[in-house]
Design a protein around this ligand. Structure first.
Ligand code: SAM
Length: 270
């Protein structure tokens, strides 16, 4: 009898509680609308599309690029990716705005040996490869086999062969210590970090320990403000090994979420 009473009472109270919380919920949605939109686009739409197509979102993007971009034309491949990612489905490519900062740094630096951590679908790989001087080589690391397969196809579609872009399918913490022995590298002129943010600091320290960074080597790290890499930034403040700054920007394919890309120049061991 008591249980029945409680259940009737609970049913009467629930709508009242829901109504009381409605203004709070609406305020949260309005205040954090960018995050809701991102969550909706990046998670809910993705799950729905994965089930409906039987493909990953990276494979869907690849199919779109393959059908609509001009083979052998890196610009066309990047533009086609940008259309898909801004209009259809979010993919965490560096995107056109932060991409332009990366382009400029590469043009200024003219690096001969480049390491990319986190190739994903190959968007930034193509972006880097097209900015390299003649004879330069990019080593692009991707640990996810399905993403790596797409990156390889996109890179070749853009017209870059194995001599310009070498894709390494393994986790970065296994690859970095073997860059000297397995790939014959002696120095890295430029490193682009865009893999999981928790790997930024341990991988930077692995690079320092590898002896591959020389005075003037540049490291560019994306998303240091969103989702953010606080330990990495704290280390930069303390270490004294780098001259560094953060280029302010917004998250790829979004207008409102603030982000930043860190530019580090290694000063050598003091
Ligand atoms: C944000 S996406 C990279 C986007 C890409 N740089 C671009 O702008 O086109 C991150 C990628 O890093 C890969 N990744 C994450 N942690 C990694 C690690 N420790 N080693 C290698 N790849 C990693 C993920 O599998 C994912 O494909």
């Amino acid at each position: 009898m008591y249980c029945v009473f409680l259940s009737i009472k609970a049913r009467m109270v629930s709508p009242a509680i829901a109504l009381a919380f409605l203004p709070l919920l609406l305020t949260l949605i309005i205040r954090y609308r960018f995050f809701f939109v991102l969550f909706y686009r990046a998670v809910l739409v993705r799950i729905w599309n994965d089930c409906a197509t039987g493909l990953t979102r990276e494979e869907r993007a690849y199919q779109y690029v393959l059908t609509n971009a001009t083979p052998g034309d890196p610009e066309s491949i990047l533009e086609t990716f940008d259309i898909w990612c801004s209009k259809v489905e979010f993919i965490s490519n560096i995107g056109p705005k932060k991409g332009k900062i990366l382009d400029r740094l590469l043009m200024e630096q003219r690096p001969l040996t480049v390491l990319e951590l986190g190739s994903h679908c190959g968007y930034s790989t193509v972006r880097i490869a097209r900015a390299l001087p003649l004879g330069a080589r990019l080593y692009s690391v991707e640990m996810d086999q399905r993403n790596a397969a797409i990156s390889e196809k996109i890179t070749r579609l853009a017209g870059f062969d194995d001599d310009t872009v070498e894709l390494i399918v393994n986790p970065s913490d296994e690859v970095i210590p073997r860059l000297r022995s397995d790939y014959g590298l002696e120095r890295l002129d430029f490193v682009f970090m865009d893999h999981w943010k928790k790997c930024y600091l341990p991988d930077l320290q692995l690079l320092e320990g590898s002896g591959l960074l020389g005075k003037g080597s540049m490291i560019v790290a994306d998303n240091v403000l969103f989702p953010g890499a606080p330990k990495f930034l704290r280390y930069l403040r303390k270490s004294g090994l780098y001259e560094w700054k953060v280029h302010r920007a917004t998250v790829e394919y979004s207008k409102g979420i603030r982000d930043g890309m860190a530019e580090l120049v290694y000063q050598g061991i003091k």
